[in-house]
Every structure is written in structure tokens, then in C-alpha cells.
Design a binder for this molecule. Sequence first.
Ligand code: NG6
Ligand code: CA
Length: 494
Amino acid sequence: MGLWLFGCASLLGVGSPNIIVIYADDVGYGDLGSYGATGVDTPNLDLLAKGGLRFTSAYAASSTCTPSRYSLLTGEYAFRNKEAHILRGNAPLIIDTGKATLPSLLKSRGYVTGLVGKWHLGLGGQGEPLDWNGEIAPGPREVGFDYSYHMAATGDRVPSVYIENGRIVDLDAEDPVEVSYQDPVGTDPTGHTHPGLLKNQADYQHAYTIVDGTSRIGYMSGGNSARWTDEELPDIFLGKAVEFIESNKMNPFFLYYATHENHVPRIPHPRFRGSSGLGVRGDAIVQMDWGVGILLETLNRLGLEENTLIIFSSDNGPVLFDGYYDGAYEMNGDHRASGPWRGGKYSAWEGGTRMPFIVSWPGAIAPGVTDALFSQVDLLASLAALAGAEVPEGEARDSLNMIETLTGRSQTGREYLVQQGVGIESLRDGPWKYVPKGVMRDRRKIGIVDKQSISAPGLLYYLPEDPGEQNNLAGLYPEKVKKMKSLLERELGG
Ligand code: NG6
Ligand code: CA
């Protein structure tokens, strides 16, 4: 096959490819073999990278989950929506159901759209407590997904159940689910009251209701027949993703496959225990990579591999300790989960948002590596363009159509982008990075949040010579600082 497809005047109308976005959780730039990982092998993702386009300057919109996912699905920076912060497990849906979304636009062009895995964008309407035992809406289906099989929020937040098309799976009506993030509900043991029942010790925040031997954030009662088993979770999601592909092999589909790996609690299936040199954190990455292999095999088996565009990326940078004493910090050795970048999850340093980002479409994309600047917020406009969908006026305002860059036809990336950390935003403009005054955070050590107060004129780095953001040039280049500061303020204020 190869590049003949691009002989056409445009990509539009070229037999719409299937699109799969594999969106990992807390997987860092340096966690994949193709990005230099040591201590963990990722052969399937490496193969994907070898046959596809590997980005070295692609960014998540934020260094935490909810905001990054919000941006990916809406094409809007998350700081524009004040609800788009890390959500509790019973938070209402934060995407306006009238908004154009990545799935709704693809759906308008005949794609069947599916979500499998992590959601964490809220469920139910604003201002009314959600009844978990009836139809759970609005949710993924009201913002453009035809099919959904997902967790409500995170593995470490209740409710610890699967939700399929708006219903809790395997729920017994006699044992209704109740969820609270304030007052206790029911009589289930918690990590605070029954630490002896725990498989993994947790910090205070993660020591509420115990589900499957692991305490979580929040209180939950009921739904015993519906509660997940952590070890099985990735296999269950993978199975649903495979089923979705199988049942849509005859029509274009969009699958948003949001893996739970590598979020806490990291409890890999026993067959992956010890599969890396990094303890459970690495084992969970090996497990995720194996799942990617199964997806690729499925596409091959169904003859879909040539015409399926796969994007692999992650929602935010890595974290070693995130609430459970699981040995990830102690076992890390020399592995650099953020690669050459500074910081990780929660941080506006490069490691918080600069992501592994691989695009594969064997029928149309030539293998290669690109350092074009790209933001996940651009996926909406780019993939909409690929599918021939028009983004309605006023929607997805931060999303740029970068389809030529995404498919390797152009080496030109964005000029600049905003990186949202917790409580602070920074700006990447060409090779430069600017951080205004505020507090930079990072959390890689056990129970310690590294914080650094920054005063005016802020921080300025020249990344090609200083990838580790060590040498502040703000004093040397006041004009550059001024320009970047006003650009950042314009973006944030607009
Ligand atoms: C934090 C949790 C952390 C993790 C994170 C969300 C505490 C102390 N920490 O608030 O464990 O759940 O939220 O991660 O509660 S994310 O990848 O979904 O953004
Ligand atoms: Ca995450």
C-alpha cells in the first residue's frame, strides 16, 4: 500500500480509517522502550512506534487526568472550565451535552463510537445526587459515544464497579449502591477502621471503603455482586475493546480505549507479576503493552490493520508514589519514567505534560520520528478534518487542525501551547519554555510533594540545550519573557 493515498488532493474522503485512541494513565515519556525506557520492556508499543510516527514534542493539555481528558474530547483547554479538575467519583458530568466532541463529530460522519476504560469526566446532572441504581445519565453516551463500558472515575476512587451503557454491570437490585465523598454510608470496613484487611497499605486519603482488599478514596456501600476485582480489570476492559472492534469491523469506528494502567492501585494480574524489573509499576506497563499487542492482533485477524489509525498516548506524566505503599518508589532503580524531562504528574515542568505519542496507520503513514510541537487538544480538529466533519463555529476553540503533521506529511507543528499543571500554567513557544510566578509541584517521592515557589520574572528555559529545565535564562532575556508572559496571559484570559 504505502503513500499512494496521499496522491489525492487531500486526505478527506480517503476511505475514512477506523480510529483508535489508546489513552494510558500516568504513563511517562520515558516508560516505553522506544522512548528509552530501562527496566521495562514494551515490545508491542515499540513495534507500533517502529512502523508509525513517533512524536518527541507532543503534549497532554494538563498534568492530571480529568483536565487532559476534557481537552482531548472537547478541543478546549481545561482551564476554561472551572469544573475540569481531578473529580471525585460521584461528581456530575463536566462536559456540556450540547458541545461538539471528538466522538460526536466522528459520529456525525458515520463512525460508530465507543469508550472502554477510564472515564473520570463525571456522571449525572449538575445539582442533583445521582442514583447509581437506575440509568446513569448524562454520561459518555450523551456526549457522543454510542457504546460505553467504563469505570466512573479512577481505580482508587469509589464506586468500584463497571458501567455499561449507563447501567452498573451485574448489579443486584436488592443490594443498591450508595456513594459518598462526605459522610460515611453503610457499614463496610475502611482502611482507617480495619487496616488489617488491606492487601496494600495506603495513605490517609486512600484509606476509606475497602473493595477487594484495597481501600479507596470515598465511601461506598452495596453493589457487592458488581464490585470489580483489581487483577481482572485490564483483561475485562481489553475484552470489551476487542468485542467493540469485532462487532464494528464492517463500518468505520472510533474507539477511545482508556487503559487503567498505570494508575494506582497498581495491582497487575498474577501472570504479569515480576515481568519487569520495576515492581508493580513496571509490571502494569508490561501488562498494558501486552494488551496493545492483543489489539493489534485483533486488527490483523480482521484484516483491518492497513486502514486503522492508532494513536497511543498518556494523560499525564508519571508518579512513583500516589497513595499506596506498593514499592514503586523503592524498586525504581535508574529507570527515568519522565525520560530526560523534569517533573512528572501534577507538574507544569516538562515531565508533567510531555507524553509518549505514537501514531500508526500502516496504509497511509510513513514510519519516522518528528519533533513537531503537538497538543492532544488538537486531536479533535485534526481527526474531524480527517473524517470530513466540520467543527461548528465557536466550538473546540483551542483545537488546531494539524492532520498533516499528525500523519507525517508536514514537519510543522504548533507555534506554541499551554501546559497546565496543578494551580499553574506554563507556556512552550518554539524551543522556549516559560513559567510565570507561582508554585511548581511534583510528586515522585513517598508522601512528599516537591514544591518550588517562583517569583517574578518567572522561569525561562531553552529546551534544546537544557531539557532538564535547570538553567533559568529569564534574567538574560527580558524581552522574551515579556512576550511569552503576555502570550500566556492572552491564552489564559481569552
Ligand atoms: C489525587 C490522588 C491520587 C490520584 C489523583 C488522580 C490523593 C492524595 N491523591 O488527588 O492518588 O487519584 O488524584 O489521578 O487523594 S489522575 O491521574 O486521575 O489525575
Ligand atoms: Ca492520569
